[in-house]
Design a protein around this ligand. Structure first.
Ligand code: FMN
Length: 120
């Protein structure tokens, strides 16, 4: 995690992408968030310097509002750590390998969002 933390602390933005597993981020993504603890100082102020945080989720559930309260909760956690959170990108109805074809604009949407992060 140390090299990743170095990257986070010296970056302008972080993009976290995770499928939804059992209404949550994957265990691997959760482990990453757990290990972000050192960005907080002992008084809970942050070592971060305005890094933006874009989260991208895929899910089987076609209704992309289904887990919105959870995504908001995750964003609040990132804001507490000192990130400037952006509205998550969510792609639903993805159960089989070709289902991404249902979202012909997905890659462009992600590219645009990342370009927006890089522009500032
Ligand atoms: C173990 C597991 C749990 C899942 N839980 C959910 C869920 O709670 N809600 C949902 O909408 N989709 C759920 N899905 C579907 C995945 O979010 C969806 O298929 C995703 O695109 C899979 O990405 P992956 O191929 O990178 O694992 C689950 C899939 C797996 C394998």
């Amino acid at each position: 995690m140390n090299p990743i933390l170095d990257d986070v602390l010296t970056s302008n933005a972080v993009v976290l992408a995770s499928p939804v597993y059992m209404w949550q981020v994957t265990a691997q993504a959760k482990l990453f968030t757990d290990r972000l603890m050192p960005v907080l100082k002992p008084d809970y102020s942050s070592w971060l310097t305005g890094q933006k945080l874009l989260s991208i989720y895929t899910q089987g559930q076609p209704d992309i509002s289904k887990f919105a309260p959870y995504f908001e909760h995750v964003n609040q956690m990132f804001a507490f750590l000192g990130f400037r959170t952006l509205a998550p990108l969510v792609f639903g109805g993805l159960r089989n390998i070709d289902d991404i074809q249902k979202h012909p604009a997905a890659f462009e949407q992600v590219q645009q969002a990342v370009n927006g992060l890089l522009a500032e």
